[in-house]
Design a protein around this ligand. Structure first.
Ligand code: GCW
Length: 707
């Protein structure tokens, strides 16, 4: 029988991390409902885990973190608050080791860690990696959390807290972890006026009017939440960049933020406007080969590093969607990035140059353009330039094949860019967990170096030497109490961080961790909520763009708009992509069509090219098919389309029904918040189904099959 959390509530209640409730906290029968939560604490709620609490109280009795650095202080504070919440009582931080001490540090900052003599293993995991082991010191059973670097020790402390939050055993610990990717970065598309491009969670987090003198507590909480999942970098302004971010006035504000983040290892990056030498510097040109332009960037870089000595570098969107760039001066992307790279190089900074370009003169097919431009330039970029490539060749659609640039660049570092903000995936209204989508992407085999050359391995630099590895997530945290608009959108921020740390982790494991830390440790409820999350992306694909359809959306990127012919450019319309007519639907990108498949390595190219082997989930991305084309199910294409849309809408309704079984298991505030959004999602799913099928019926001329 399922025991309702409403009738058995621990006295140390969820969401009161740091509150000192009785050491003997235990379940008591009460009719009290779970206290409302607003979601602000993200995955740092530090609620009592339920099971294992007694073991934890026995094995974690003391915090022993030596060192006076800001990071050591952050570790101490996090462990104190975390353990107080989890154990239901504060535990002392003291200077002599007792049974149950949690000892954290580096061999340099902690004599105790030094005495453990884990040198070889610590060298193995590197300065951001860590070891967590059950051991003894002077006959005291203790838990050591060690790294060669203070950030590694911080990550280890967060890992340990996650184990407790998710009710894992800690009796015989022997854990060794290291990040597989070097730069694990958030990209914010925040404007200086406080609006957020593709943000759905309120105004920008960065309160420019108050900075640098007033520091919102959110800045440190943001850094804590990021460090907890291993994120170590953030670019805080929109890639459609306002040049004013580079003024002395704004740089002082940016430096104040960087100061708050430094103890948590979050390095500051800025999006730079390529025309800044002109618009801010007053030069007659921003030509990257102009000496005065180079000198201007050099001086600007020097000025930034004066204020922010560990500044990460510039993120640049150039010659894309109206942004200025080197092509304005007849120069290419390599020449354009070089002028910025040379300015940053003396300080150790990097240029992250976005590969999201699609100039119409390159090729009639938008999805082919970036590959054509950048493969030509491979080998011409400065060593401190990396290309940041979206997961797919179009633009964060519900389903795309992986971008053919992954694996194709032999001499240029490549970062992957994904989009937790759900621009095309229901924004903050639909429950869509993207862990499964990113796993599909990361596990895609490029065959660039033979079988097994997955995107995950390519971006982790496991297949060929690469100077820098990275993964960026376009996120939307804003001033909404729950940061993300939808409580479940938090899971996408979380999953991004975890996958950037280790692309091999499973979407299921990540979902489960998040649910346990965010909602409940009750096994039945964890299973129910994870079940909802794990199927949610396919559900969204089904009711919006199944079978490889893409961009059937209007300018808000939310509602169906397949009939759109009126955008500023053809490749912003729906008809450009679906090409529906009386004889069929789909974009012919095969070897007899526009040859986009040839951008992939064999045998991926052949697999996509051949109707018999092309995965049906990508069918209309690569192939144009008649309405009566027979699919593996035995249904015609038209019938199959109908089936997907009906299935998707039914699945959305099922999500809602499943959530309603949790009414007594989740605090009422968050329960209702999610329930209200599910009502919208169900209505939207029906609308998508009906509008798209009616529209395509105008071409297919066949009856809509209700299933
Ligand atoms: O997905 C599109 C968005 C734009 C965005 C652009 C990009 C920042 O609709 O809002 O601009 O991609 O990635 O540069």
């Amino acid at each position: 029988m399922k025991v309702s959390r409403r009738s058995f509530v621990a006295t140390g209640v969820a969401g009161l991390a740091g509150a000192l409730v009785g050491r003997t906290a235990r379940c008591v029968a009460t009719e009290m409902a779970l206290p409302d939560e607003d979601g602000y604490k993200l995955w740092l709620r530090y609620a009592p885990p339920g099971s294992n609490a007694e073991v934890y109280r026995r094995l974690a009795t003391q915090i022993f973190v030596t060192g006076q650095s800001a990071t050591a202080k952050a570790i101490r504070e996090e462990l104190s608050a975390g353990l107080a919440g989890i154990l239901g009582a504060a535990i002392p931080a003291s200077e002599s080791i007792e049974d149950g001490a949690i000892i954290v540090g580096t061999p340099k900052t902690s004599d105790a860690i030094n005495r453990l003599n884990w040198t070889a293993d610590l060298d193995e995991v590197g300065p951001e990696g860590f070891l967590i082991r059950s051991t003894t010191i002077a006959n005291h059973p203790v838990i050591g959390i060690a790294s060669n670097g203070e950030l590694g020790a911080l990550y280890g402390a967060f890992h340990f807290l996650r184990m407790l939050q998710t009710a894992l055993p800690i009796e015989r610990l022997d854990i060794s972890k290291r990040p597989k990717i070097q730069i694990r970065m958030l990209n914010h598309w925040d404007n200086l006026n406080g609006s957020v491009e593709r943000g759905y969670a309120g105004r920008s987090l960065w309160l420019w009017g108050e900075l640098p003198n007033t520091l919102s507590p959110r800045y440190a909480d943001y850094a804590r939440a990021n460090a907890a999942i291993g994120i170590n970098a953030a670019a805080i302004n929109n890639v459609n960049a306002d040049f004013r971010i580079l003024t002395a006035e704004y740089l002082r504000k940016v430096a104040a933020l960087a100061d708050v983040w430094r103890p948590y290892g979050i390095r500051m990056y800025l999006s730079a406007n390529f025309a800044a030498p002109k618009r801010l510097g007053g030069l007659p040109t921003a030509d990257p080969l102009d000496k005065a332009v180079a000198a201007w960037w050099q001086a600007k870089a020097d000025e930034i590093y004066e204020l922010i000595p560990d500044f990460g570098g510039f993120l640049v969107k150039a010659n894309s969607e109206g942004q200025p760039g080197p092509k304005d001066y007849g120069r290419n992307h390599a020449e354009g990035s070089a002028v910025l790279a040379d300015a940053l190089a003396p300080h150790g900074g990097n240029v992250i140059w976005r590969a999201f370009v699609y100039d119409e003169d390159i090729d009639p097919d938008r999805t082919k353009r970036a590959y054509i431009e950048f493969t030509k330039l491979d080998g011409q970029f400065r060593p401190n330039v990396v290309l940041q490539i979206k997961n797919g060749p179009l633009d964060f659609q519900p389903r795309e094949p992986f971008h053919p640039l992954f694996g194709a660049l032999k001499e240029t570092s490549a970062f992957a860019e994904v989009q937790p903000t759900q621009e095309y995936l229901g924004q903050a209204k639909h429950l869509v967990y993207l862990g499964t989508m990113w796993k599909e992407f990361l596990d895609s085999d490029t065959f660039a170096h033979g079988p097994g050359s997955t995107v995950g391995k390519v971006i982790a630099g496991e297949l060929q030497p690469t100077r820098l590895t990275g993964m960026a997530g376009v996120v939307n945290p804003g001033l909404d109490a729950n940061w993300c608009g939808h409580h479940f959108c938090q899971a996408n921020w979380y999953a991004f961080g975890r996958l950037a740390w280790d692309p091999q982790l499973s979407a299921q494991q990540i979902a489960e961790e998040w649910v346990r830390m965010t909602f409940t440790n009750n096994a039945d409820n964890v299973k129910t909520i994870c079940g909802m999350m794990m199927s949610s992306r396919e559900t969204f694909v089904n009711y919006t763009m199944p079978l490889g359809l893409h961009h059937l959306i209007g300018g808000d990127h939310y509602a169906p708009h397949p009939q759109n012919t009126q955008a500023a450019r053809p490749d912003w319309t729906g008809v450009y992509y679906h090409q529906a007519s009386a004889d069929g639907i789909g974009f012919d990108r095969t070897s007899t069509g526009d040859k986009a498949v040839e951008q992939y390595f064999p045998p991926v190219c052949e697999m996509f090219d051949n109707l018999a082997t092309c995965p049906e989930k990508l069918l209309l991305w690569f192939h144009r098919c008649g309405w009566d084309y027979k699919l593996k199910s035995g249904r015609t294409l038209w019938e199959e389309l109908c089936a997907h849309y009906y299935q998707g809408a039914a699945q959305a309704a099922a999500l809602q029904a499943t959530w309603s079984t949790l009414a007594a298991e989740i605090d009422s505030a968050r329960y209702k918040h999610v329930a209200a959004r599910l009502t919208i999602q169900v209505a939207d799913a029906g609308k998508w189904r009906d509008e798209i099928l009616q529209y395509f019926q105008g071409f297919s001329g066949r009856p809509i099959v209700h299933s």
